[in-house]
Each structure stands twice: as structure tokens, then as C-alpha cells.
Design a protein around this ligand. Structure first.
Ligand code: UDP
Length: 389
């Protein structure tokens, strides 16, 4: 039932289904959805499909968008079972809604399940944020592997950077199917920074933010991060740390158990992106293992210590905004102290020289998708007149 890789589908003006499983997928798809709706020629539906459906809906609601919810699945212990069930539900939904093309973003299980469902139904797949690759395909696991598997099924690939585009071409994807769009994370940030809002999460200024959720930090990494944070808070009694907890209840419970009684630590529910960005912009320092945060720190003029061994986003290290150090590295504590002592890096403007683009990726992606689905001459997105400058 699987369509051959890079199959050339006959473009038809049809119903495009946009699937978001997690908060970062919604954040990075919302600019594309808005640009498609602004044009109005392609009928689209947005599907919240995954364990973070409530957060996905919150993100879309902030953009004035509504997502149809795929009914929640009971949680399954084995990912193969969960993915098969999710894929089956998506296939049924795609057929029921009359999907002619499917769009996914990034590297999650929901994106992978939707990509496979699209291939099984012979529907063209559009992949946003394609071509990011870690130097080690097993790290981060499963994200890097899932991204590669999605690439093998996609018809149109939107690479956030020139490097990501070259990776896809080297892997055998036809040049005509790959476009460099920039990252839509920059679009989302650009919009939020244009409308700053006051947030008050602590009486005293926050000196460090923390977000940790990646699988590679579940076994042991989290405890090492806890120990390092404990030590820096002991040595710096004036330091206030804000940790907006991840929606994974097991992770959140571990953090609460360790820090609920620590007066220097401010624990919070996951923040709406507006509040998160505003707070990071103000505080300027973050310890994180997030992919999205790596893309955001250059524009916010913030410094990040990324608690990972490998990253598919070396551009943020090259620009001097992020530094990579795994939680089990003997230098981790020293790197955390360095993060707290270093001066803030300068903010990168939203222009073509920025590592993740100029914050206009959504309009480029929408333009290319519309042209391709309507079967018109494809305008190269890099040179296209942007409708939403
Ligand atoms: N974010 C948010 N609220 C929070 C923490 C993060 O809106 O409390 C945003 C952040 O701006 C970034 C994204 O969520 O755009 C990162 O998501 P996450 O770290 O969950 O996933 P990853 O980027 O690693 O896939």
C-alpha cells in the first residue's frame, strides 16, 4: 500500500489536511495555516492529533484558528502499537474528510503516523521543517530516525536552511521537490515580539529558565540536571529559576518532587508561548534540551545551554547563542555556571542572514503549496513576491 518514495503525484486543487500532534508542531504550522487561509484558494482543515491536543488547540486559538480533534487514544506502552492505532485513526479521518493532500511538521510520532497514513492512501505528503539531521541518526532517538522516515514518504519538502536542503538532495530527493523556506518558528516569534505583553510569574527577577523533556534525558539525565541546578542555587542564593513544566505528567511529577520546597525555584504549568517568549526575552538565559528553543534564542538575544549530546541545529551554536553539553558530561556543571556568568549575546534581526530565516517562511510555504496543488508554474519560493511581508 505504500507509495514509492518521491512519487510524482498529479496535482489537484483539493482539500489539504494539516496535522499537528504537539505544541511545537502547532507553533510552527500556525504561520503556514494563516498564510494559506489568507490566500483562500485551497480548502484546509487543521487536525490536533496526539497526546498534547489541549496545548495544540491553545496555540491555534492564540492565532484565531480552530483545530478538529482526533479522539484521544488510551496510552499504549509500546510505541509500535500506539503508532499503528494512531495511523489507523488518521487514515479513517483522512478518508472521512476527503483529504487530497496531507501536511506534517517535524519529527514526532504523530507526524510519522500521519506520513504513513498519507502514503498508504496514496495522498501527497508535504513536510515542513525537512532535512534537519543530527550527526548520529540514533541520537536524538527517535526524532532523527522519524524525520528521515518522513522524508522518504514526502512529495514536497520545506527545508528551514540551505544545509537542510543539501542534505535532502544528497539523500536523493529531486531538487524540484525541495524548497528553502526558513523556519516557521521564526515567524511565530516575530509575531509575538511585535506584540509584547507583560507577564508576572515571580516577584523577583528570573535569572535562569529551564525546560527539559527529551527522551535522552529521561534515564539519569534529569537527576544530573537536578543536582547541577541544586548546586548553582546553593552557591547563588539570589538566583531565581523558572521551570515551566512539560505536559508529560511523569516528567512534571519528578521535577515537582525534587523542587516543590526549593524557594529559589519557580515551578509553573506549561506557559502559553507568548508568556514563555516574553519571559525568555527578559531573562536571557535558558537550560533546555528543546529543538524549538535552539531556534528561538538567536532572535531573543538569549544564551542557551542545550543538555544534549548531538543537535540537528548546529546553526545556533555557530551564532554563539547555544552551547551543547550532555547532562552526563563531566563539564556539565561548569557549563551551567558559564551560562550564568556569560554576557548576553546580541539579538539576531529577522533577516535573510539569521540562522533560521527572516520570519516569513509561512508565506513562502503557502505560496509553493498553492502553486503545486493548483498545478500552476512553480515560482521558486526564494524569489517569490511575498504576500505577507
Ligand atoms: N514553549 C511554550 N511554553 C512553554 C515552553 C516552551 O510555548 O512553557 C514553546 C517554545 O517557545 C518553543 C516550543 O514550545 O517554540 C518548544 O517545544 P518543546 O520544547 O516542547 O519541543 P521541541 O522544540 O523540543 O520539539
Amino acid at each position: 500500500m505504500r507509495a514509492s518514495p518521491n512519487a510524482s503525484f498529479v496535482p489537484i486543487p483539493g482539500h489539504l489536511l494539516i496535522v499537528a500532534g504537539t505544541r511545537p508542531e502547532a507553533i510552527k504550522l500556525a504561520p503556514v495555516v494563516c498564510a494559506l487561509l489568507g490566500d483562500g484558494r485551497i480548502p484546509i482543515s487543521v487536525i490536533a492529533a496526539g497526546q498534547q491536543a489541549a496545548e495544540v488547540s491553545c496555540v491555534f486559538a492564540d492565532w484565531g484558528l480552530y483545530a478538529t480533534h482526533l479522539p484521544q487514544m488510551p496510552s499504549r506502552s509500546h510505541w509500535r502499537v500506539a503508532e499503528r492505532e494512531q495511523r489507523h485513526r488518521l487514515r479513517v479521518l483522512f478518508l472521512a474528510l476527503g483529504a487530497d493532500a496531507i501536511m506534517v511538521q517535524g519529527d514526532t510520532w504523530s507526524a510519522y503516523a500521519a506520513a504513513r497514513a498519507a502514503a498508504e492512501l496514496g495522498r501527497p505528503l508535504i513536510h515542513v521543517e525537512a532535512g534537519l539531521r543530527s550527526p548520529d541518526p540514533r541520537d536524538p532517538y527517535p526524532e532523527d530516525a522519524l524525520r528521515r522516515l518522513i522524508s522518504r514518504r514526502a512529495w514536497l519538502h520545506f527545508a528551514p536552511t540551505e544545509t537542510a536542503r543539501n542534505v535532502l538532495i544528497d539523500e536523493g530527493i529531486a531538487e524540484s521537490q525541495v524548497s528553502v523556506s526558513g523556519s516557521t518558528a521564526a515567524d511565530a516569534l516575530r509575531r509575538l515580539m511585535a506584540q509584547p505583553q507583560p507577564v508576572a510569574l515571580s516577584d523577583e527577577p528570573i535569572g535562569l529558565m529551564v525546560t527539559v523533556h527529551r527522551r535522552e534525558n529521561w534515564d539519569g539525565g534529569l537527576e544530573r540536571i537536578f543536582d547541577a541546578l541544586d548546586q548553582v542555587m546553593r552557591e547563588r542564593p539570589a538566583l531565581r529559576v523558572l521551570w515551566p513544566l512539560h505536559s508529560n505528567p511523569k516528567l512534571a511529577a519528578k521535577v515537582r518532587e525534587r523542587f516543590a520546597d526549593q524557594a529559589q525555584m519557580v515551578l509553573n504549568e506549561p506557559l502559553p508561548q507568548r508568556a514563555f517568549v516574553e519571559q525568555l526575552h527578559r531573562c536571557g538565559r535558558i537550560l533546555s534540551d528543546s529543538g524549538g528553543v535552539q531556534e528561538e534564542v538567536p532572535y531573543l538575544g538569549a544564551a542557551a545551554l542545550i543538555a544534549r549530546r548531538c543537535s540537528e541545529r548546529p546553526q545556533s551554536e555557530d551564532s554563539g547563542h547555544a552551547r551543547l553539553c550532555a547532562a552526563d558530561d563531566p563539564n556539565f556543571l561548569a557549563e551551567l555556571n558559564r551560562l550564568l556568568d556569560r554576557p548576553r549575546p546580541a539579538a539576531t534581526p529577522f533577516d535573510q542572514r539569521a540562522p533560521w530565516g527572516d520570519g516569513r517562511a509561512g508565506a513562502r510555504i503557502a505560496q509553493r503549496v498553492i502553486d503545486a496543488l493548483l498545478g500552476r508554474t512553480v515560482v521558486q519560493p526564494e524569489t517569490a513576491q511575498l504576500a505577507h511581508a
